[in-house]
Design a protein around this ligand. Structure first.
Ligand SMILES: Nc1ncnc2c1ncn2[C@@H]1O[C@H](COP(=O)(O)OP(=O)(O)OP(=O)(O)O)[C@@H](O)[C@H]1O
Length: 607
């Protein structure tokens, strides 16, 4: 492939790029802590348990020492049973407390994770179509799963261990200062270096984790694309090409992982090296002072033992730094989503839109998806309530865009869209979208049963209502013919259904919603005559007594529309009824003649 055009080669990368904010570790710890249910109670309980565990761990060697030093020399046979029972009790208590501790910490961690994931999911649902146009499903999924999972590490026993380690560290350091401040200062000389190295490595480790997680998002995008497009891959026999593409993403992920592992593997030994430099300093300075007669040998021996006590928290701390940095990288990716504000949302004083009675008006509407290339320019049109308005025009003229603006998937850059005089920006999204039902050419069905998919139109619908809408959509007969009837599973995106069946389920779902306005993005797919007839009949029932907007590709279906609007390059070219437009002898007639040169079966609109 080298040198040639590699299709899709640089697509699929995450579109959200934010600069890691300063102090985000504290923010992260604070936010995670705030998500812990009854946080103070939880922390006190866990710390008490940890303290108790330390005491028990300390008691076992004490009892052992007592046995060796006292019981054996004094031959106190009768005490043996008590010593045995004592050690056993301590061991059992230790096992129970350890279990309890790790269970409650994990439980609280899981709860916090669930909470974050729910918040993210709720937030994602508030974001507008621009966000989904820009971001890839796989990457969003990776943020909701991998990144959220990584945060769980923050609520773990090893994180709480940091607290006890800090106490140990301070206690030992103060004690050492008290015993001999000179030796302690020599010993602590390495600590500023440790601090500097930890900071420098911390930043790099976090950046490396960020690349790991973003490349994991790319792998996930690739997987999402290819698994859902498996039919296309196999029909084009592009398996090898896809494997290569996947291997590339995988390779990038591995390289990012290796870089991160290299950094983490270097960090621990560097901290150990600094610890050992401290040890050397104590030995050299201590020995010199002993020779000078300033220190006793016993002092040096005791100091070396304290040093060991001091090193253990430092080593644990360096391990925790990795966890914190990894979580911080995940947290940044999560925050980027949580901080993305929807451009389309309810105004503070949004009103409830009353049921449409008069008309929908587009006034001087300008719109461009990317803000620069115009799709609609100074568009003016009126659609009367209770009537059928058909939008026709060549592919890319902006027909679907008009309906997307009406439902507020996007807002126009200029101009207004009004329903019965209410600017749709001033009404609540729920009341606006609640009035609309869409049956589009891309039928979206969820994995689940036929019933689940129809009831989506009205979640509290009764079985009778579901059956009634299925009957009106001409779907009841084929549904009843399935062995499991309405409980038949339709597979992902409805793969187990035919095109016509999927359409009728979508119509049943829209009928159940019983919307005031129906938007019909007419399917271009050719159906057999019988199926087409059934669908047309179902659609007529759906459009009855409603305000209908039909995006028509086949002009035969809109012959009786009350108004036909012909669009070209985002502007209204002509409008009127079929007869008026035919008489006009303009673009509509041209399109009509293309489709029906001699009333033949040409079904597609040439553009
Ligand atoms: N989400 C999007 N982001 C960017 N551009 C878009 C998007 N959707 C559509 N467009 C562009 O806007 C223009 C109008 O598209 P639209 O889907 O409204 O046309 P249409 O008249 O409905 O076409 P068709 O009959 O083929 O469905 C096209 O040039 C298209 O490339």
């Amino acid at each position: 492939m080298s040198g040639g055009h590699i299709p899709f080669s640089h697509k699929g990368r995450s579109a959200i790029h934010a600069i890691p904010s300063k102090g985000s570790i504290w923010l992260m710890l604070k936010q995670m802590f705030n998500r812990v249910p009854s946080k103070w109670k939880f922390c006190s309980l866990v710390l008490c348990i940890m303290l108790f565990i330390s005491l028990l761990e300390f008691s076992i060697p004490q009892l052992t020492q007592f046995t060796i030093d006292k019981i054996i020399p004094e031959k106190r046979y009768d005490s043996l049973i008590w010593i045995g029972a004592g050690i056993l009790c301590a061991a059992i208590l230790l096992a129970i407390l350890n279990y309890f501790n790790s269970y409650i910490v994990s439980k609280v961690g899981q709860k916090a994770i669930m909470d974050i994931r729910n918040s993210m999911y709720e937030h994602i649902q508030t974001l507008d179509m621009k966000f989904f146009d820009k971001n890839r499903t796989g990457d969003l999924m990776s943020r909701l799963t991998n990144d959220v999972n990584l945060l769980q590490q923050l609520i773990s026993s090893s994180m709480l261990q940091v607290l006890t380690d800090t106490v140990t560290f301070i206690a030992v350091a103060v004690y050492m200062l008290f015993i001999n401040w000179k030796l302690t200062i020599v010993l602590l000389i390495t600590f500023p270096f440790m601090f500097y190295i930890t900071r420098a490595f911390g930043k790099r480790i976090r950046m490396s984790f960020r690349s790991v997680q973003s490349s994991a998002g790319d792998v996930s995008n690739q997987l999402q694309d290819s698994i859902s497009g498996m039919r296309l891959i196999q029909s084009f026999t592009n398996e090898e090409f896809e494997s290569r593409r996947f291997a590339e993403r995988n390779q990038e992920n591995m390289t990012a992982n290796l870089k991160s592992v290299r950094l983490r593997s270097m960090f621990g030994p560097i901290i150990d090296l600094l610890n050992n430099i401290g040890l050397v300093a104590v030995i050299v300075f201590g020995a010199w002072q002993v020779m000078e007669g300033e220190f006793t040998i016993g002092l040096i021996v005791a100091f070396l033992a304290y040093l060991r006590l001091l090193q253990s928290p430092v080593r644990n701390f360096s391990r925790v730094i990795s966890i914190v940095q990894q979580s911080a990288a995940a947290f940044e990716r999560i925050t980027e989503i949580l901080e993305t504000q929807p451009e389309i949302s309810d105004k503070g004083n949004a009103i409830e839109l009353p049921a449409i009675k008069k008309k929908i008006e587009f006034k001087s509407v300008d719109f461009a998806y990317d803000g620069t290339v115009p799709v609609l320019g100074n568009l003016n049109l009126t659609m009367k309530a209770g009537q059928v308005t058909a939008l026709v025009g060549s592919s890319g003229a902006g027909k679907s865009t008009i309906t997307s603006l009406l439902i507020r998937f996007y807002d126009p850059q200029n101009g207004t869209i009004k329903m019965d005089g209410h600017n749709i920006k001033d009404v609540s999204l729920k009341s606006l979208r609640g009035q609309m039902g869409i049956v589009s050419q891309d039928i979206i069905l969820f994995n689940g049963s036929i019933r689940d998919n129809i009831v989506y139109g009205k979640l509290n619908a009764t079985d009778d209502e579901i059956i009634e809408s299925a009957k009106a959509a001409n779907a009841h007969d084929f549904i009843s013919a399935f062995p499991d009837g309405y409980d038949s599973q339709i597979g992902e995106r409805g793969v187990k259904l035919s095109g016509g069946q999927k359409q009728r389920i979508a119509i049943a779902r829209a009928l159940l919603k019983n919307p005031q306005i129906i938007i019909l993005d007419e399917a271009t797919a050719a159906l057999d005559t019988e199926s087409e007839h059934l669908i047309q009949q179902a659609l007529s029932r759906l459009m009855k007594k409603r305000t209908s907007i039909v995006i028509a590709h086949r002009l035969s279906t809109i012959h009786d529309a009350d108004q036909i609007i012909v669009l070209e390059k985002g502007q209204v070219l002509e409008k009127g009824t079929h007869d008026q437009l035919m008489q006009n002898n303009g673009r509509y007639k041209q399109l009509h003649d293309l489709q029906f040169p001699q009333v033949s079966d040409i079904k597609y609109l040439a553009t």
